[in-house]
Write a protein that binds this ligand. Sequence first.
Ligand SMILES: [Zn+2]
Length: 214
Amino acid sequence: MSHDAFVPSYIVIHTAAYSGRNCDAAKIDQWHKARGWDGIGYHFVILNDRHDNKKDGTLESGRSLSQRGAHTLGLNNRSIGICCVGHGDKEKFTNAQLLTLLDLVHRLMTDYSIPLNSVIGHREVNDLISRNKLAAQYKTSKTCPGRLIDMDFIRSFIKTNDKKQAQQLNQTNDEKDNVSEALRVLASNATLFGNAQDELHQFLNHPEVIERLH
Ligand SMILES: [Zn+2]
């Protein structure tokens, strides 16, 4: 045999790190081909609520599960890659995405006998390195699956499989999104504040605020 069989022992969760519309497996396949790769590097893609004709939480297949993926340096020969569409530094997974993810991860853990502590976010390869489970050369500076994605929260709900509570907590934890929304409203009404307009513009043009407005 010229290839070792692909036997996954980890599940790695990613963000597409893309805020645009209509992101799906086909689009990611195009991106990865444009990078000179052998097509989509993830095994699964979970869509969000910004697709014109596919539902929030739709599960799509990427690379075949019989093949190693191309998504996490150092772990591609022993992990399943799941990409959640959207930008994890700017938004949480939608509730529908979260539910699809919980179902999918449950199924894969059973099918491949993968323990919960081997379900990780991409950035957590650094924890594997510190536990001597991965070579130091694979250390990453990525935030993937994103600053707003709490992997302990996700693992806790994979464990309990309490989907109702997972959705409730996912929603009530959204202050950061609320701030973004408030800033957007403020920015769109800036002209209402005649005398304060200069100060308001200065505030709205601060790099930190601009970042939140995107
Ligand atoms: Zn990633």
